[in-house]
Design a protein around this ligand. Sequence first.
Ligand code: MF3
Ligand code: CO
Ligand code: CO
Length: 315
Amino acid sequence: MAKRKRRPRQRAASVQPGIVGPPRPVPRGIVRPAYARDARGEPGPSRMAPVRSTGEIEAMRRAGAAAAEVLMIAGRHVTPGTTTDAIDAVVHAEVLDRGAYPSPLGYRTFPKSVCTSVNEVICHGIPDSRPLAAGDIVNIDVTVYLDGVHGDTSAMFCVGEVDAESERLVRGTLRALEAAIGVVAPGVPVSAIGEAIEGVARPLRLGVVREFVGHGVGPDFHGSLQIPHYYDPRNSVPLAEGMTFTIEPMLTLGGPQVDLWSDGWTAVTADRSRSAQFEHTLAVTSDGAEVLTTTSGGRCAHELSAASVPGRGSG
Ligand code: MF3
Ligand code: CO
Ligand code: CO
């Protein structure tokens, strides 16, 4: 039998930084988080308790629903030729329309209203003049500040047709988030979350990024509670009813090691392999988890991503 010659894997060019436009203005009537009134955007140490009052959770449902709606709208703008800055414009306008503040804007000097992370960018990509191209995968990470609390959610979107490995990555990352949400309940150690994510990632041979973790969220954008996406048996802190935090696994096709662009924000894989991320804000309930970043009808952008990735449900 003739030996089939292996075709060299088509390598996409690495993402190059584009031009970052000026910050978009926010009308006076919008209530800003404290850091957005500071020139350096310093939030200071989080003094927020890990557990929310029922009133705070109600506010977080409203902030979460607004973030989910904006993310779904942003996803509809993902097409070849659209710049990530155009997506920033859409997110900015839709957030303000809901009477909310776009949390990334001015956070520790982040210059834009949303994070857009393309291909090998793991997270915290700054929207710029680069047009999306067919075959790209992009994470859009929307956080809004509404009624005194933040709602934080992100999803992957495929630009036109993407290669099979990218589909596998995106589908696996969504499954990892869903598996992690599935183990959340009072009394469960924080380590069970990373364990569930690794339980999906390892058989798929996907890397799990360790440098960025899920976080407590509420009146503060980033609370002191840390939610690693890898298994650390020492992290035996038990979850408790009323805790609110994000789970936001970043999985990679190659190694999970991180490099930083000189802009100080854009985190890329050291080997420039592709990375995917999905994120929800959750509240721990008496017997499980409530996903706060869904619309009032219970929808979210993750279903759009799932639909754009063929083969979901088969594994
Ligand atoms: N939304 C991101 C998260 O999931 C944080 C973005 S901070 C920014 O935690 F400054 F980069 F916007
Ligand atoms: Co987050
Ligand atoms: Co986020």
